[in-house]
Design a protein around this ligand. Structure first.
Ligand SMILES: NC(=O)c1ccc[n+]([C@@H]2O[C@H](COP(=O)([O-])OP(=O)(O)OC[C@H]3O[C@@H](n4cnc5c(N)ncnc54)[C@H](OP(=O)(O)O)[C@@H]3O)[C@@H](O)[C@H]2O)c1
Length: 255
């Protein structure tokens, strides 16, 4: 038997078709790589293709902040893959602000569209197919840093908390059809987006967690998050749904 080093040691996702949003770099690219190594056929998406889209993945350009963008992406996924068995909503981010009250209305809308409604819309388009086939796995990528709520990220945190709550509710709705829905909540992870956000945050001189080291002694690597996602979409997690899994080096313990 041929095995590939993918964290599980097997091509356990052979025959599965996966769509990963924000799959061109950072955590998303690591997730794409892990799913490919595990044998899945993977379609990565972002607004533009880059050299960091992992080799072996198909790519489609889409902006997921609008319903039209989600519809175009779902149609492209059907065309490229014939259906989606694994859906990883990794796209997300926001620009920090020194005052929550000063976040402009359009940035609130943008944060909600990017971090929350993009998943709601794409699930509405693609999860019914999973339910019909009575099989599928959905993972939402949130953030461990939803507590304490802090002004630089009130819009981002509110959107991610909404995402986590929605994820639990969708898990309950889809469980009878065998479709599983979970959330992975990363701590600070070395990615292009994470680095840009941290620099901006530190330049504001506000906010908890901007400096220092997580209890496990280092910042996260994209693969730390990708391993958790791989586990959750695999059959090894077949009795696991409606969970929020923090992958954060111990920085944000939750009750
Ligand atoms: N890095 C961290 O420290 C950290 C911590 C906690 C949570 N997270 C979460 O983890 C996820 C990934 O973070 P990351 O740091 O890897 O992000 P990143 O380096 O900024 O990458 C973001 C990805 O999303 C794509 N993207 C951005 N806006 C988009 C849009 N409107 N439509 C479609 N694609 C879009 C980007 O490509 P284009 O720009 O070409 O579109 C890129 O592929 C996010 O949900 C983030 O909130 C990250």
């Amino acid at each position: 038997m041929t095995t590939v080093e993918n964290g599980s040691g097997t091509r356990e996702l052979t025959g599965k078709r996966a769509l990963v949003t924000g799959g061109s770099r950072g955590i998303g690219a690591a997730i794409v790589r892990r799913l490919l190594d595990a044998g899945a056929e993977v379609l990565a998406t972002a607004r533009s293709a880059t050299s960091t889209v992992p080799e072996g993945a198909a790519f489609v350009a889409a902006d997921v902040r609008t319903l039209a963008g989600a519809e175009a992406l779902a149609a492209a996924a059907h065309e490229a893959l014939g259906g989606v068995d694994i859906l990883v909503h990794n796209v997300g981010g926001a620009r920090p602000h020194p005052s929550g009250l000063a976040i402009p209305d359009e940035e609130w809308q943008d944060a909600l569209d990017l971090n929350f409604l993009s998943s709601v819309r794409l699930n509405a388009l693609l999860a019914p197919g999973m339910r019909e086939r009575r099989s599928g796995a959905i993972v939402h990528v949130s953030t461990a840093a939803v507590v304490p709520p802090a002004p630089p990220f009130l819009h981002y945190q509110a959107a991610k908390v909404a995402l986590e709550n929605y994820s639990r509710g969708l898990a309950a709705e889809l469980a009878p059809s065998g479709v599983r829905v979970n959330t992975v909540s990363p701590g600070r992870t070395a990615t292009p987006g994470g680095e840009a956000t941290r620099k901006h945050w530190e330049s504001l001189g506000v906010g908890p967690g901007a400096v220092g080291t997580p209890p496990l002694g280092r910042d996260g690597r994209p693969d730390d998050i990708a391993h958790a996602v791989l586990f959750l979409v695999s059959d090894r997690a077949s009795w696991l749904t409606g969970q929020v899994v923090g992958v954060d080096g111990g920085e944000y313990p939750r009750g």
